[in-house]
Design a protein around this ligand. Structure first.
Ligand code: GLN
Ligand code: ZN
Length: 763
């Protein structure tokens, strides 16, 4: 008999209950007790939804982040919160977000705000965790109470719980040394805490522990490999079974490490590491369990039962009782329940599966393995019908798009002339001063703007009225920019709710769920659009807005688009063709838009690639392949224009050291990046690499309500001139201004323009 289990359930709740419970607690509207009750209720619900499995995960529920939970379990709290009194959970929120309840509390004086924990992306997902901090003084003090409480709760619910913890080596590897300490030095003490934890779990009659070591799908140096061996050998005498769990990629060379570890079982991700299975089968001892992640924990498509069973059945025969099956990773990365969706397209909805449905798929596969395919005949037939409908749908396969891709000529993606020549023509056309000023695209999204968009969306406003209202917003935004004295203007993006959704909604091949929320960090969720079919742009998407904006000003108006790589990386994309091909289709659609803007007389066009870096594979050895096709797609979208047309791109980061050549290869005339918070240190890369084109290092941190002074901006730009010659520098904020208020933006931009004037006078 095969065993079914799950690695982690989305904690946010099917109606985002966790988000609302957290936010009302933080606003001081509800009590800590009520927040705890919401947590209990959510866990109960989630266990009930999973009760058909042999083992359900326990302890992966989190009020903010599971890595921060682990830090608290291990007693590794940042020094800045150690002196606080009061409730543990309040301190936990301080560590996460710098504060707990926003209102004055009895501890307001002594326990006010502190620096928030640093956040970074969890492997190659869009989930962000709070980075553990390590110093020479780091000590671990085990506090297993959260886990033990939840184990007991699960028992009361009558489910078979399997506690989930992050393994010691991944925990260390994801952390950051704050004082230069080599974090591996902390391993011996850390292992003592883990040993204690495992003993406590054993004492509490826990049978299996899921211990996550996703670091095993990355390239590890020999001392980190050795750390794994040391760690797991030190656990071998503790009477609890460990399921060493990896996901998101291939183990590849690390199989030789994993096979040395004395653990009772291993979980691997068959979606992203299929080739590991056969090799691992040879290495397993006759006692070890192999858990195979057969259902995609990162995407929203139904599993193809037939093709899965074809390869899984022989393995099930070989392993017998030792085969476990599960989703490939925690289901944290997919929405909770497809049944919530009432208005999704009737056909497409039959191709999809969210967390709740994925676990049902798991049980059907288990039944097919245990009792034969006949025992789930109907389910298999239904599944096949869905697979066939998806594969043959004319909405997925659009011959015209395929033909267009095939006829793309070899020159596509290459500007007609090199930058040096383009730059002369662009200078003559645009007549910009030295240190030209611009913004990244969006201006404050006021309540009125949101209201108007909402009314239009729900049919409460006519198209004509909506267009007029948006034209009014554009006019206001353009006049403000003229008054500020900016050089290259934008229309303000009032018509856009989100930079991917706005374009996706107008492209064939995309649909949008109503409740498909996925946690991004803390209480924040995103609702990634679903890219299901060949991408086609039936009509221009932005031209009317930009054309209008240009018509009311003599200054150059910048057309704003989202680039193909960002569209791809922020969507759930199809799994029936390579990502690179999907990206190329997106590139064609954006290219058509670029050319239409150019035809409409727009001579500056910005193509945002906010998320280009996010698509980098986990293994460095695979970076170049990704960068090759990602940059090619960007180039196809941008570079078919005339020499005179100035192409900008924008990226929401400036850690370029490792990818600078690829960035230069995009050949944008101007690139704007985020740099203000790092005091321009992130520009260090330009000391060694001669970036050939123009660059706008952000001088205004738009994530903060603070208003930069003229002096600060001048100083930042002076630092930039140490690395990049002044005739190639632009002056602009770090990112779009949509989350800010006009009352902040206006003075900040006044200072920015004044700073540019001062810079022009300096020589
Ligand atoms: N043009 C977008 C804006 O200004 C860019 C946003 C982003 O880079 N995330 O809002
Ligand atoms: Zn940005």
């Amino acid at each position: 008999m095969v065993t079914t289990h799950n690695l982690g359930f989305p904690r946010i709740g099917r109606n985002r209950e966790l988000k609302f419970a957290l936010e009302s607690y933080w606003k001081g509207q509800t009590s800590l007790k009520e927040l705890h009750q919401s947590g209990v209720a959510l866990r109960q619900q989630h266990w009930q939804l999973q009760s058909h499995l042999d083992y359900v995960p326990v302890g992966e529920f989190s009020f903010y982040d599971h890595v921060l939970d682990m830090s608290f379990t291990l007693g590794n709290l940042p020094e800045r919160i150690q002196h606080f009194h009061g409730e543990k959970l309040d301190n936990y929120f301080r560590a996460a977000r710098g504060r707990s309840v926003n209102l004055a509390t009895e501890h307001a004086q002594c326990c006010g705000g502190v620096a928030a924990g640093e956040m970074t992306k969890w492997f190659d997902t869009n989930y962000h965790y709070i980075v553990p901090e390590f110093t020479q003084a780091t000590e671990f003090n085990l506090d297993p109470s959260r886990l033990i409480d939840q184990i007991n709760e699960a028992r009361q619910e009558g489910v078979n719980g399997k506690p989930v913890i992050i393994g010691p080596v991944t925990y260390l590897a994801l952390g950051k040394s704050k004082d230069g300490i080599d974090t591996l030095q902390l391993l011996p003490q850390l292992l003592i805490a883990y040993q204690e934890l495992l003993k406590v779990l054993a004492y509490n009659k826990v049978e299996w522990v899921q211990i996550d070591e996703p670091i095993l799908v990355t390239e590890l140096s020999s001392d980190w490999q050795q750390a794994l061996v040391t760690a797991y050998q030190s656990f071998s005498s503790i009477p609890v079974k460990l399921l060493l769990t990896t996901y998101f990629g291939q183990l590849a060379e690390n199989i030789s490490i994993i096979s040395k570890l004395p653990v009772a079982g291993i979980h691997i991700d068959a979606i992203n590491g299929f080739n590991d299975i056969q090799i691992l089968l040879k290495y397993l001892s006759s006692q070890q369990v192999l858990s195979i992640g057969i259902i995609d924990g990162r995407n929203i498509w139904k599993t193809d039962f037939d093709s899965l069973l074809n390869w899984l059945e022989p393995i099930a025969k070989e392993l017998g009782e030792r085969l476990w099956i599960a989703p490939s990773s925690s289901l944290l990365h997919v929405p909770v329940d497809l049944d919530n969706e009432k208005s999704l397209d009737n056909e497409i909805v039959t191709w999809l599966s969210f967390a709740t449905q994925k676990l049902k798929e798991l049980s059907i596969i288990a039944q097919a393995l245990n009792a034969g395919r006949e025992s789930v005949k109907e389910e298999l037939l239904n599944n096949k019908a869905a697979m066939d409908s998806r594969a043959n749908s004319t909405r997925v396969n659009n011959i015209l798009v395929r033909e267009k891709l095939n006829t793309l000529n070899a020159n596509a993606g290459h500007r007609q002339s090199p930058y040096e020549k383009r730059q002369i023509l662009q200078k003559a056309l645009l007549q910009l001063p030295e240190f030209p000023t611009t913004t990244i695209g969006s201006f404050p999204q006021t309540n009125t703007i949101r209201q108007v968009r909402k009314m239009y969306k729900f049919g409460d406003m006519s198209k004509a009225d909506y267009t007029q209202a948006m034209f009014d917003e554009i006019t206001h935004c353009v006049r403000e920019q003229e008054n500020l004295g900016l050089d290259v203007l934008v229309h303000g993006e009032a018509e856009r709710n989100d930079m991917v959704e706005y374009f996706g909604e107008q492209l064939n091949g995309y649909i949008f769920s109503q409740f498909g929320w996925v946690q991004s960090y803390g209480s924040r969720c995103v609702k990634p659009p679903i890219l299901y079919g060949d991408i086609d742009r039936p009509y221009p998407m932005t031209v009317d807005w930009i054309k209008y904006a240009q018509s009311i000003t003599a200054k150059p108006m910048k057309g704003m688009l989202t680039g193909p790589v960002t569209m791809l990386n922020w969507s759930f994309v199809r799994n029936d063709q390579p990502r690179s091909l999907t990206c190329k289709q997106l590139a064609l659609a954006i290219r058509d838009e670029v050319l239409d803007l150019e035809k409409a007389g727009i001579s500056v066009i910005q193509i945002d690639e906010a998320a280009l870096r996010e698509g980098l594979p986990l293994r460095k050895s695979q970076w170049q392949d990704y960068l090759n096709w990602a940059v090619e797609c960007y180039r196809i979208s941008a570079n078919d224009v005339k020499d005179e047309t100035q192409i900008h791109t924008h990226m929401c980061y400036s850690e370029f050291n490792d990818i600078i050549e690829a960035i230069a290869g995009m050949d944008a005339d101007v690139i704007t990046i985020e740099t203000s918070r790092s005091d321009m240190e992130l520009l260090d890369v330009f000391e060694h690499f001669n970036y050939p084109n123009e660059i706008g290092p952000g001088v205004y941190d738009i994530h903060s309500p603070n208003i930069p002074t003229v002096e600060q901006i001048v100083n930042l730009m002076n630092k930039a001139t140490e690395r990049i010659s002044r005739e190639r520098l632009w002056v602009n904020p770090d990112c779009g201004l949509k989350t800010r208020q006009w009352s902040e933006v206006t003075p900040a931009l006044i200072n920015m323009v004044a700073a540019a004037k001062l810079l022009r006078q300096q020589n």
